[in-house]
Design a protein around this ligand. Structure first.
Ligand code: SF4
Length: 333
């Protein structure tokens, strides 16, 4: 049987190129290789303050961006987490077997909690819901960036703990999902300081008009030691160079490095070549997004179909889990 892959993405509205290069490009590449389940994780998004109308719009826009970026609903299941209530039901079950200390040690929780005045239990339990997201589909493979390996390890631990408590010793019910490390490394923001992130305002949106993309690229941070046009630069320390590697062919990347080291061109010339490379990727994505928007009911149709397909798998898993846990006395649906 084709192994199943699961991955989720926050409904942050338009995808930015960091999301695209760090995750979604890989989803598109592997969607035919695996039985692919891709989820817009709106239950995760409500662990921090938000506006309901805004969340609805962001969720829909994320679906448009994913389809425009190349997720094919004919081969992959694309759905919104809250349309499949089994996610939260399994998360509750996993909460009952997860030690508090393990959650408190999660790096992402500590970082996010520091940035907020009041911390919800949902933020603490976020990785438990994440374990439920993955294990609900009994996914064998999870594409992850290096910064998410710890969360996946918690999902693997939940699977081990649940199996040890409720499954026969010789027949574990949940497989431990394996990480599939995403080939493109962390994409830094245009400020060159931190990972590209919408909340930091250092992104380029996948669907932004070309003029806006150029307006952001022009002032983007480069090698800080290259002050004058005649100063030779060090491409390896420049974020623009790393973006060239993501958007331009090897030959162009080599040319960039040579020109930079010899001060053969200025940073603005270099950014123009990057912009051209980015446009080769972004133009067809923008065109697909426009087509989707012009087709009334298309998004609803895709998400409804995706939720039905996801739910069929989720129900099956949860029925078995509840039966093995003695949670079937009240008769299962
Ligand atoms: Fe960066 Fe290009 Fe300027 Fe070199 S020439 S510092 S790679 S922007």
């Amino acid at each position: 049987m084709t192994p199943r892959v699961f991955s989720g993405i926050q409904p942050s509205g338009d995808l930015h190129i960091g999301n695209y290069l760090g995750a979604v490009q890989n989803w598109v590449a592997i969607q035919r290789q695996y039985a692919s389940v891709f989820c817009i994780v709106d239950y995760h998004a409500i662990t921090v303050p938000y506006e309901p109308a805004d969340l609805r719009t962001r969720t829909r826009e994320m679906a448009i961006s994913l389809l425009a970026a190349g997720i094919d609903p004919e081969v992959a299941t694309l759905f919104v987490q809250s349309a499949v209530p089994e996610h939260t039901e399994l998360a509750w079950i996993f909460n009952t077997i997860t030690p508090l200390g393990e959650l408190e040690r999660q790096t992402q929780f500590k970082e996010k909690a520091q940035r907020q005045e009041s911390v919800s239990a949902g933020l603490l339990n976020y990785p438990v819901l994440q374990a439920a997201d993955i294990l609900l589909y009994r996914a064998e493979v999870v594409p992850v960036g290096e910064d998410q390996v710890q969360h996946l390890e918690l999902s693997r631990e939940v699977a081990r703990r649940w199996n040890a408590r409720f499954a026969p010793p010789d027949a574990p019910f949940f497989q431990e999902p394996q990480p599939l490390l995403t080939p493109t490394r962390r994409i830094m923001g245009l400020d060159g300081q931190a990972k590209m992130s919408k909340s930091l305002g250092n992104t380029v949106g996948l669907l932004e008009p070309p003029d806006d993309v150029w307006a952001k690229l022009r002032p983007a941070v480069t090698d800080p030691k290259r002050i004058r046009r005649t100063d030779p630069g060090t491409p390896e320390v420049c974020n623009i160079y790393h973006l060239h590697r993501a958007f331009n062919p090897e030959q162009t990347v080599e040319h960039v490095a040579v020109q930079c080291r010899a001060a053969g061109w200025g940073c603005l010339d270099c950014k123009r070549v990057l912009f051209e490379g980015m446009e080769r990727t972004l133009v067809p994505i923008r065109e697909r997004a426009a087509e989707i928007r012009a087709s009334p009911g298309r998004i609803e149709e895709v998400l409804r179909g995706g939720a039905a397909a996801a739910r069929a798998i989720a129900r099956e898993t949860l029925r078995s889990v509840k039966h093995m846990m003695g949670l079937d006395a009240g008769l299962l649906s």
